[in-house]
Design a protein around this ligand. Structure first.
Ligand code: ADP
Ligand code: VHF
Length: 363
C-alpha cells in the first residue's frame, strides 16, 4: 500500500504499546531514521495512566480521580522511558501536556503551534499527552486518538500515524469476529464506515477502540492530513508500515494542511477588528507578501494577539483577512514602522510582519 510522503508526521502510540512489556524502545530506531531523512516527528504517547496505576497499585476500573492520580504518577515514568529509548540515538524528548482548550481556543492553539515549531527547529522530539491530572470531565479530550488529530491539525502535519495493537480497520472487530475482512483504504469517514468500528478490547489498557481512531481520522482529513492506522507490535513495525511493507488502513485527506488552515481563517472566524492599509500594501499582498507595519494607515476595533482582523483598502473594501501577530494597542504603536524599528518601539519583537503571509487569506 503506497503511503503518502510527509515532511511533518504525528505518530500516536497507544497504551498497549508503550506501557506493555516491550516499552517504547523498539520505536526509537525508526523514529531516528525518519529524523535522519529530514522529516519532522511529533509523538503523541499514551501510557501514563497504565504505568501510574501499576505503580500506585490502583484497580483497572479506577474512578476518574484515581485515574488522574495514576496519570500524575505515571507521566514521569513515561517520559523517563522515552528519554532512555531516544537518547542512544541522539534524540532529545520534550514533554507537552495539552488540554482540550489548548487545541480549541485560537490563542492557546497558536501558542502550542509556536512551541511545537520551536522544538522541531531546535531538533527536539515533542512528546504530547493529555494533561489528564487537571483536565476536568468537561475539559478533557478523553482519548489520545482525537488529541493526536488535534495536534496534527495545529501543527499542520501531512500524515497522522495511529499505532495500535491491530493492523488497521476491519469490517468487524477481529478480536470478536476472527474471519473479519481487512480494509486497506478509506476515501471518507462515512456513517457506514463509522458503524464498522467497535470499542477497545485490548485487555483493558486502551481507550476508545477503533471508534476514536476513525473520529480522529475524520478530524485529520478535514485539516488536510491523511491518517494511517496500523500495528506497532514487534521491532521495526513503524518503519515497515511507513515503507508500505506492513498492511494498515489509509484514510485519505481532503486538500492540504495549508488549504485547510486558510479555509479556517477565511470561513470560521469573525474578524475582531480591521486594519486600513495603503494602496502599496494592497498591491504587495496581491503579489504574495506578508503585511508589514509600514503599509498600515489605521487600526479599528479591539483585538488580541492571534485574533483575526479584516484588511481594508483605501476605498474601504475588504481585500482579505488574517491573524494578527500584535494586539490593537501594539499595532497602533507600530503604524508606519519598518521591521527594524519594531523592537525599538515596543521593547520586543514578534517578527517583522503584522500578519505573516501563511496566516493571511485574500478575497
Ligand atoms: N472494526 C474494527 N477493526 C479493528 N479493530 C477494532 C474494530 N472494532 C474494534 N476494534 C478494537 O480496537 C482495538 C484498538 O483500540 P485500543 O484498544 O483503544 O488501542 P490503543 O490503546 O492502541 O488506542 C483493537 O484491539 C480491536 O479489538
Ligand atoms: N492520556 C492517557 C491515554 C488515553 C488514551 O487514549 O489511551 P490509548 O487508547 O491507549 O491511546 C494516558 O497517558 O494514559
Amino acid at each position: 500500500m503506497p503511503v503518502p510522503p510527509a515532511r511533518r508526521l504525528v505518530i500516536k502510540l497507544g497504551s498497549s504499546l508503550v506501557a506493555g512489556e516491550a516499552g517504547p524502545a523498539r520505536f526509537a530506531r525508526d523514529i531516528a531514521a525518519l529524523c535522519a531523512e529530514g522529516r519532522q516527528v511529533i509523538l503523541v504517547s499514551s501510557g501514563a495512566v497504565a504505568l501510574g496505576r501499576r505503580l500506585l497499585d490502583l484497580p483497572r476500573n479506577a474512578r476518574l480521580d484515581q485515574k488522574q492520580a495514576a496519570a500524575a504518577a505515571g507521566q514521569p515514568l513515561l517520559m523517563q522511558a522515552w528519554r532512555e529509548s531516544l537518547a542512544p540515538h541522539g534524540l532529545i524528548p520534550a514533554q507537552l501536556l495539552l488540554t482540550a482548550q489548548d487545541t480549541e481556543q485560537r490563542r492557546a492553539f497558536l501558542n502550542a503551534r509556536g512551541t511545537i515549531d520551536a522544538l522541531l527547529k531546535a531538533g527536539a522530539i515533542p512528546i504530547v499527552n493529555e494533561n489528564d491530572s487537571t483536565a476536568t470531565a468537561e475539559l478533557r479530550v478523553g482519548d489520545n486518538d482525537r488529541l493526536s488529530a488535534r495536534v496534527a491539525q495545529l501543527s499542520g502535519a501531512e500524515l497522522l500515524v495511529l499505532l495500535s495493537d491491530v493492523d488497521g480497520l476491519y469490517e468487524a472487530d477481529p478480536r470478536r469476529v476472527p474471519g473479519a475482512r481487512h480494509i486497506d483504504r478509506v476515501a471518507a469517514i462515512t456513517p457506514e464506515i463509522m458503524a464498522l468500528a467497535g470499542d477497545s478490547a485490548s485487555g483493558g489498557l486502551g481507550t476508545g477502540g477503533m471508534r476514536t481512531k476513525l473520529e480522529a481520522a475524520r478530524i485529520a482529513a478535514a485539516a488536510g492530513c491523511a491518517t494511517l492506522i496500523g500495528s506497532g507490535e514487534g521491532e521495526g513495525a513503524l518503519g515497515r508500515l511507513l515503507d508500505g511493507l506492513a498492511r494498515g488502513t489509509l484514510v485519505e485527506a481532503t486538500g492540504s494542511p495549508a488549504s485547510a488552515y486558510k479555509a479556517w481563517i477565511a470561513g470560521t472566524l469573525a474578524p475582531a477588528g480591521a486594519l486600513r492599509i495603503d494602496a502599496g500594501a494592497a498591491a504587495a499582498l496581491a503579489r504574495g507578501s506578508s503585511l508589514l507595519p509600514s503599509g498600515v494607515l489605521a487600526v479599528d476595533g479591539s483585538f488580541g494577539r492571534g485574533d483575526c482582523v479584516a484588511l481594508l483598502d483605501p476605498a474601504g473594501q475588504e481585500v482579505g483577512r488574517g491573524l494578527s501577530r500584535y494586539d490593537d494597542g501594539e499595532t497602533q504603536r507600530l503604524l508606519g514602522a519598518r521591521g527594524a524599528d519594531i523592537a525599538g518601539r515596543l521593547g520586543y519583537s514578534r517578527g517583522d510582519e503584522l500578519i505573516h503571509r501563511d496566516d493571511l487569506v485574500l478575497r
